[in-house]
Design a protein around this ligand. Sequence first.
Ligand SMILES: [Zn+2]
Ligand SMILES: [Zn+2]
Length: 259
Amino acid sequence: MRVTILGSGSEGNALLLESDATSIVVDAGLSHRKLVARLATLGRGTPNVSSVLITHGHTDHAAHASVYATRWGCPVRATAVTLKSLRLRSAVESHPFIVGRRFRVGDITVHSCAVPHDAPQVALVFETAFTKIGLVTDLGHVPKGLSRFLRGCDTLLLESNHDPEMLRMGPYPAVVKRRVASALGHLSNEQASDLLADLSHAPACVVLMHLSKTNNSVRLARSSAEAALGHQQTQLLIARQHEPMELPYVGAQQLQLGL
Ligand SMILES: [Zn+2]
Ligand SMILES: [Zn+2]
Protein backbone atom coordinates (compact mmCIF):
# COMPACT_ATOMS: atom_id res chain seq x y z
CA MET A 1 0.00 0.00 0.00
CA ARG A 2 1.23 3.46 -0.79
CA VAL A 3 0.70 6.08 1.95
CA THR A 4 0.91 9.80 1.18
CA ILE A 5 0.47 12.26 4.02
CA LEU A 6 -0.81 15.51 2.54
CA GLY A 7 -0.71 17.46 5.81
CA SER A 8 -0.73 16.72 9.54
CA GLY A 9 -1.45 19.11 12.42
CA SER A 10 -4.08 21.41 13.86
CA GLU A 11 -4.26 23.42 10.60
CA GLY A 12 -5.54 20.48 8.60
CA ASN A 13 -5.15 16.74 8.11
CA ALA A 14 -5.52 14.48 5.08
CA LEU A 15 -3.78 11.38 3.85
CA LEU A 16 -4.10 9.12 0.86
CA LEU A 17 -3.91 5.32 1.01
CA GLU A 18 -3.55 3.41 -2.23
CA SER A 19 -3.56 -0.33 -2.68
CA ASP A 20 -3.21 -1.92 -6.11
CA ALA A 21 -6.97 -1.59 -6.63
CA THR A 22 -8.33 0.99 -4.17
CA SER A 23 -7.68 4.58 -3.08
CA ILE A 24 -9.00 6.01 0.17
CA VAL A 25 -8.58 9.56 1.45
CA VAL A 26 -8.58 9.64 5.24
CA ASP A 27 -9.69 12.94 6.76
CA ALA A 28 -10.61 16.09 4.93
CA GLY A 29 -8.99 18.95 6.80
CA LEU A 30 -7.20 20.45 3.79
CA SER A 31 -9.08 22.26 1.04
CA HIS A 32 -9.49 20.26 -2.16
CA ARG A 33 -7.34 22.81 -3.97
CA LYS A 34 -4.52 22.40 -1.42
CA LEU A 35 -4.74 18.61 -1.56
CA VAL A 36 -4.48 18.62 -5.36
CA ALA A 37 -1.61 21.15 -5.24
CA ARG A 38 0.33 19.03 -2.75
CA LEU A 39 -0.09 15.91 -4.85
CA ALA A 40 1.13 17.94 -7.82
CA THR A 41 4.33 18.89 -5.95
CA LEU A 42 4.98 15.14 -5.77
CA GLY A 43 4.41 14.92 -9.52
CA ARG A 44 1.08 13.18 -9.09
CA GLY A 45 -2.51 13.68 -10.13
CA THR A 46 -5.53 12.82 -7.99
CA PRO A 47 -6.29 9.11 -8.16
CA ASN A 48 -9.73 7.63 -8.59
CA VAL A 49 -10.80 7.92 -4.94
CA SER A 50 -13.14 5.13 -3.78
CA SER A 51 -14.09 6.64 -0.42
CA VAL A 52 -13.45 9.51 1.96
CA LEU A 53 -13.07 8.23 5.50
CA ILE A 54 -13.37 10.64 8.43
CA THR A 55 -11.90 9.81 11.85
CA HIS A 56 -13.84 12.46 13.81
CA GLY A 57 -15.79 15.66 13.41
CA HIS A 58 -13.21 18.29 14.30
CA THR A 59 -12.69 20.90 11.59
CA ASP A 60 -9.00 20.09 11.07
CA HIS A 61 -10.09 16.57 9.98
CA ALA A 62 -13.52 17.05 8.47
CA ALA A 63 -14.14 20.56 7.14
CA HIS A 64 -13.94 19.64 3.45
CA ALA A 65 -15.61 16.21 3.48
CA SER A 66 -18.58 17.32 1.33
CA VAL A 67 -16.32 18.96 -1.24
CA TYR A 68 -14.07 15.91 -1.52
CA ALA A 69 -17.03 13.53 -1.92
CA THR A 70 -18.69 15.78 -4.50
CA ARG A 71 -15.51 16.27 -6.53
CA TRP A 72 -14.69 12.59 -6.60
CA GLY A 73 -18.26 11.24 -6.69
CA CYS A 74 -17.59 8.90 -3.78
CA PRO A 75 -19.21 8.25 -0.39
CA VAL A 76 -18.08 9.52 3.02
CA ARG A 77 -17.52 6.86 5.67
CA ALA A 78 -17.44 7.58 9.41
CA THR A 79 -19.23 6.43 12.53
CA ALA A 80 -22.91 7.41 12.64
CA VAL A 81 -22.31 9.99 15.37
CA THR A 82 -19.48 11.60 13.40
CA LEU A 83 -21.49 11.57 10.16
CA LYS A 84 -24.28 13.39 11.97
CA SER A 85 -21.89 16.07 13.20
CA LEU A 86 -20.51 16.64 9.69
CA ARG A 87 -23.75 18.02 8.22
CA LEU A 88 -22.82 16.74 4.77
CA ARG A 89 -24.50 18.15 1.68
CA SER A 90 -27.71 16.22 1.01
CA ALA A 91 -26.40 14.88 -2.32
CA VAL A 92 -23.41 13.25 -0.63
CA GLU A 93 -23.72 9.54 0.03
CA SER A 94 -22.76 8.60 3.58
CA HIS A 95 -21.90 5.14 4.85
CA PRO A 96 -21.77 4.69 8.62
CA PHE A 97 -19.51 2.08 10.16
CA ILE A 98 -19.70 0.56 13.62
CA VAL A 99 -16.67 0.88 15.89
CA GLY A 100 -15.01 -2.48 16.34
CA ARG A 101 -16.71 -4.06 13.32
CA ARG A 102 -14.37 -4.36 10.34
CA PHE A 103 -15.46 -3.36 6.85
CA ARG A 104 -13.97 -3.34 3.39
CA VAL A 105 -13.36 -0.63 0.86
CA GLY A 106 -12.30 -2.47 -2.30
CA ASP A 107 -9.37 -4.68 -1.34
CA ILE A 108 -8.61 -2.74 1.87
CA THR A 109 -10.06 -4.02 5.16
CA VAL A 110 -10.58 -1.29 7.76
CA HIS A 111 -10.55 -1.99 11.51
CA SER A 112 -11.55 0.62 14.10
CA CYS A 113 -11.12 1.12 17.82
CA ALA A 114 -12.54 3.94 19.98
CA VAL A 115 -9.97 6.31 21.48
CA PRO A 116 -10.54 9.08 24.06
CA HIS A 117 -10.86 12.62 22.64
CA ASP A 118 -13.27 15.52 23.09
CA ALA A 119 -15.23 14.31 20.07
CA PRO A 120 -16.05 10.65 19.29
CA GLN A 121 -12.81 9.42 17.73
CA VAL A 122 -11.37 6.22 16.31
CA ALA A 123 -7.97 4.70 15.72
CA LEU A 124 -7.90 2.86 12.38
CA VAL A 125 -5.97 -0.05 10.91
CA PHE A 126 -5.92 -0.58 7.13
CA GLU A 127 -5.08 -4.08 6.03
CA THR A 128 -4.40 -5.74 2.70
CA ALA A 129 -2.94 -9.14 1.92
CA PHE A 130 0.51 -7.57 2.06
CA THR A 131 0.51 -4.86 4.73
CA LYS A 132 -1.11 -3.41 7.82
CA ILE A 133 -1.07 0.33 8.52
CA GLY A 134 -2.20 1.93 11.79
CA LEU A 135 -3.43 5.53 12.20
CA VAL A 136 -3.78 6.92 15.72
CA THR A 137 -4.14 10.67 16.28
CA ASP A 138 -6.26 13.00 18.40
CA LEU A 139 -6.43 11.10 21.66
CA GLY A 140 -5.92 12.32 25.21
CA HIS A 141 -4.44 9.13 26.54
CA VAL A 142 -3.68 5.60 25.43
CA PRO A 143 -6.65 3.39 26.30
CA LYS A 144 -6.25 -0.18 27.41
CA GLY A 145 -6.17 -2.49 24.43
CA LEU A 146 -4.80 0.01 21.90
CA SER A 147 -1.41 -1.67 21.60
CA ARG A 148 -3.21 -4.98 21.04
CA PHE A 149 -5.36 -3.32 18.34
CA LEU A 150 -2.16 -2.18 16.59
CA ARG A 151 -0.51 -5.59 16.75
CA GLY A 152 1.20 -6.54 13.51
CA CYS A 153 1.16 -3.07 11.93
CA ASP A 154 4.24 -2.64 9.75
CA THR A 155 3.62 1.09 9.49
CA LEU A 156 2.27 3.17 12.37
CA LEU A 157 1.14 6.79 12.07
CA LEU A 158 1.02 8.02 15.66
CA GLU A 159 0.22 11.37 17.28
CA SER A 160 3.06 13.00 19.20
CA ASN A 161 1.39 16.33 19.80
CA HIS A 162 3.19 18.20 22.53
CA ASP A 163 5.94 18.38 25.07
CA PRO A 164 4.17 18.88 28.43
CA GLU A 165 6.76 21.40 29.65
CA MET A 166 6.54 23.49 26.46
CA LEU A 167 2.75 23.39 26.72
CA ARG A 168 2.86 24.46 30.39
CA MET A 169 5.27 27.34 29.72
CA GLY A 170 3.80 28.30 26.33
CA PRO A 171 1.45 31.09 25.21
CA TYR A 172 -1.86 29.19 25.09
CA PRO A 173 -4.66 30.41 27.41
CA ALA A 174 -5.04 28.26 30.55
CA VAL A 175 -8.31 26.74 29.35
CA VAL A 176 -6.71 25.57 26.09
CA LYS A 177 -3.65 24.20 27.93
CA ARG A 178 -5.97 22.19 30.16
CA ARG A 179 -7.89 20.87 27.14
CA VAL A 180 -4.76 19.77 25.23
CA ALA A 181 -3.22 18.09 28.30
CA SER A 182 -6.48 16.48 29.47
CA ALA A 183 -7.42 12.82 29.17
CA LEU A 184 -9.64 13.87 26.21
CA GLY A 185 -7.05 16.12 24.54
CA HIS A 186 -3.94 15.22 22.60
CA LEU A 187 -1.13 12.72 23.06
CA SER A 188 2.17 14.05 24.45
CA ASN A 189 5.57 12.88 23.25
CA GLU A 190 5.90 10.79 26.41
CA GLN A 191 2.51 9.15 25.99
CA ALA A 192 3.32 8.32 22.36
CA SER A 193 6.66 6.85 23.43
CA ASP A 194 5.01 4.76 26.13
CA LEU A 195 2.73 3.27 23.48
CA LEU A 196 5.71 2.56 21.19
CA ALA A 197 7.55 0.87 24.04
CA ASP A 198 4.46 -1.17 24.81
CA LEU A 199 4.08 -2.62 21.29
CA SER A 200 4.85 -6.31 21.13
CA HIS A 201 6.72 -5.82 17.84
CA ALA A 202 8.62 -2.95 16.20
CA PRO A 203 6.88 -1.53 13.11
CA ALA A 204 9.15 -1.13 10.09
CA CYS A 205 8.14 2.53 9.94
CA VAL A 206 6.75 4.94 12.54
CA VAL A 207 5.54 8.40 11.54
CA LEU A 208 5.00 10.96 14.30
CA MET A 209 1.85 12.93 13.50
CA HIS A 210 -0.06 16.06 14.51
CA LEU A 211 2.93 17.82 16.13
CA SER A 212 1.98 21.15 17.69
CA LYS A 213 3.98 23.95 16.11
CA THR A 214 3.73 25.96 19.36
CA ASN A 215 4.20 23.29 22.02
CA ASN A 216 6.59 20.82 20.45
CA SER A 217 9.72 20.54 18.36
CA VAL A 218 10.81 17.92 15.86
CA ARG A 219 13.93 17.35 17.96
CA LEU A 220 12.00 16.64 21.18
CA ALA A 221 9.40 14.41 19.51
CA ARG A 222 12.07 12.47 17.64
CA SER A 223 14.37 11.93 20.61
CA SER A 224 11.48 10.76 22.79
CA ALA A 225 10.35 8.21 20.18
CA GLU A 226 13.92 7.09 19.46
CA ALA A 227 14.47 6.37 23.13
CA ALA A 228 11.30 4.26 23.22
CA LEU A 229 12.18 2.32 20.06
CA GLY A 230 15.69 1.64 21.31
CA HIS A 231 18.00 0.19 18.68
CA GLN A 232 15.26 -1.55 16.79
CA GLN A 233 15.32 -1.31 13.01
CA THR A 234 12.44 1.12 12.75
CA GLN A 235 12.46 4.00 10.31
CA LEU A 236 11.25 7.10 12.18
CA LEU A 237 9.68 9.96 10.21
CA ILE A 238 7.95 13.20 11.14
CA ALA A 239 4.79 14.33 9.32
CA ARG A 240 4.63 18.04 8.51
CA GLN A 241 1.76 20.48 8.43
CA HIS A 242 2.59 22.15 5.14
CA GLU A 243 4.62 19.61 3.16
CA PRO A 244 3.36 16.33 1.74
CA MET A 245 5.28 13.16 2.37
CA GLU A 246 5.23 9.77 0.64
CA LEU A 247 6.06 6.83 2.87
CA PRO A 248 8.22 3.95 1.75
CA TYR A 249 6.03 1.65 -0.32
CA VAL A 250 4.99 -1.61 1.28
CA GLY A 251 3.35 -4.08 -1.06
CA ALA A 252 3.41 -7.26 -3.04
CA GLN A 253 6.65 -6.40 -4.77
CA GLN A 254 8.49 -5.82 -1.51
CA LEU A 255 7.06 -8.98 -0.04
CA GLN A 256 8.23 -11.01 -3.01
CA LEU A 257 11.69 -9.44 -2.86
CA GLY A 258 11.87 -10.42 0.78
CA LEU A 259 11.23 -14.09 0.05
ZN1 LIG B 1 -6.68 17.16 14.99
ZN1 LIG C 1 -9.52 16.41 17.19
